[in-house]
Design a protein around this ligand. Structure first.
Ligand SMILES: [Zn+2]
Length: 182
């Protein structure tokens, strides 16, 4: 266990408006879990200030100070440990993630690992240029037989799905094989 205390008289930014303030309202202790050190779990008892916001137009009267790279609002884990839990959750999901974290001396249930995974923001959506092999084939045919040059344009609703060939009825397979016979 590590005990720490933030410095007094150092201004901190309001979480509502960002205006700096060093007018202390009170102090309280936050219990933060950190990544294991030397094979042992680490807990940081950090004394932080609650400060008055000095901006009269800000809706917040008081706010809790945050320590960069150590505390996040409403979070009981340090950013380092949170990143570790999320990374293990992405790779191994619930049960496997909980087992792997237990090896790292981080005791979390599979439900907690899954909950952390679900809280993660989704990556931005990127529209692929080619949707799949089927769409790629259609695109190739379309390039091979551009609508301007092709004499047999495909119907609009098929968008190049039909091959450019003359309309000749195919002979049945049985009759063709019979023709080859002496
Ligand atoms: Zn404010």
């Amino acid at each position: 266990m590590i005990e720490a205390r933030t410095r007094s008289r150092v201004p901190a930014g309001c979480s509502g408006c960002g205006v700096l303030s060093d007018w202390t309202h009170s102090r309280y202790v936050r219990h933060l879990a950190d990544a294991a050190l030397g094979g042992r779990p680490v807990r940081i008892d950090l004394s932080v200030r609650r400060l008055y916001c000095e901006n009269p137009s800000c809706p917040k009267v008081t706010f809790a100070e945050q320590v960069p790279r150590l505390t996040v609002r409403y979070q009981r884990r340090t950013p380092l440990l949170q990143h570790l839990v999320e990374s293990v959750g992405v790779v191994l999901a619930g049960r496997g993630g909980a087992r792997m974290l237990r090896v790292m001396n981080v005791g979390l249930s599979r439900c907690t690992v899954l909950a952390q995974l679900m809280r993660m923001p989704l990556p931005p959506l990127v529209t692929p240029r080619v949707l799949g092999w089927g769409r790629l084939r259609v695109l190739r045919r379309h390039l091979r037989h551009p609508p301007g040059r092709c004499h047999h344009p495909p119907p609009a609703h098929t968008l190049g799905r039909t091959r450019c060939r003359t309309a000749q009825p195919m002979a049945p397979r049985a009759s063709r094989s019979r023709d080859r016979l002496p």
